[in-house]
Design a protein around this ligand. Sequence first.
Ligand code: PLP
Length: 428
Amino acid sequence: MDQDAGAGLLNPYAQSKIGNDTIFSWWARYQNAIENGADAVNGTIGALLEDDGSLAINAVVDEAIRAAPPVEIAAYAPLKGMPGYLDLAKTLALGDYRQELEEIGLSMTATATPGGSGALFLAASNFANRGEKVVLRDRHWGPYKGFLSGCNLEPETYPLLPKNPSIEHPYVDIEGLKSSLERLCSVQDKVMIWLNDPAHNPTGLSLTAAGRAAVLDAVMESASRHENVGHTLLIDAAYHLYAEEPHGWGQTILDAMNDGWPWTENLLITFAISLSKSHTIYGLRTGALVSIHPDSAVTEKIATVMGVTGRQTWSAAPRVAQFSVSQLHASSDGGAAWSAERDRLQELLVERRNHFVESCEKLKVPVNPTHDGFFAWLEHEDPNRIAEACAEQEVYLVPLTGGVRIGLCAIPLEKIPRVAQALSNALK
Ligand SMILES: Cc1ncc(COP(=O)(O)O)c(C=O)c1O
């Protein structure tokens, strides 16, 4: 492709956007292999597939959407979202801990967004100062960089895992996080941290309760020491409803409050919620940004700012899933039926992950710690070589910065040992 095409029409930032997303190009290679008759394994895509390769669909959600009256499909939603849905979004973020958090005086606001991506966009565009940095772990979902750079922001990264893991919280590099916070607090008056937890993409890592408490403590401590620096901790909860502890963050926040933790004015906690995976409605683009703070004037202002930003970007988020999913969860029967389906889908992931971890252990494949969600990860300095060597064995994975992503969500259970074997051969 001519790199300079349209240079006189596109602005310099637009010209810097280059296509050919790695994940989709490796998926295309898998599809080519299938078309050519190969017995290929698909570990590329980020959608949950049944063992027969079809898209896994939560039948209860599908039924609820199909039962929506025509007007709920055709009409706009209110700009900030439908009230019932905004209420549900808070519960999806915090689970059973929500009520107690409200009772002890925390204020909450939610804005409906087109997927979790919309929530990330709202946060990038409103909580950080243009031209500054946002704290990420060094292994993160690729599109983060695009959301940030579109708002003229850059990542400031710290390692995914500590060099010398503590027994108490082995899955988070607290020292790395603290030094990033310290560095940014000395040069910025707003610091935002994005943390995809639990069920991290691309590794499947989930923090333990002690890990979450240590993160919250580090952020809170930084906020109290730098009272003129706004701190926003964003929990990207794109996969949380498939995790062993889906509402661990709600519990961690509640525990901290009950321990007498002083929530300073300059601290905000916000959740990017996505219904794409949890309700298997990837294409209906439904999510929310849920923000919590002790001062209701702050959450009200945030509601206005996010609503206006949405209006100026995508107008209102789609209506039909807001309507149908909030109706579904409004009755205890509906909620239970959704849970039963979710449990079945979660079980697919649990079985595949357990089988994968065991197979890797047998073959001594040094796969990263992995707990929940759609993915597992092999850290490697030459991920392309490993992915190419696996592709030669008709196992298609995705090479990303620092390692290879194994899409357990797409791999049938019976093919899991082949993936471990391919990695083992590739590493030799
Ligand atoms: C880590 C992470 N965050 C957020 C999202 C947002 O998803 P969506 O915009 O489809 O809700 C995804 C989707 O793949 C993701 O992997």
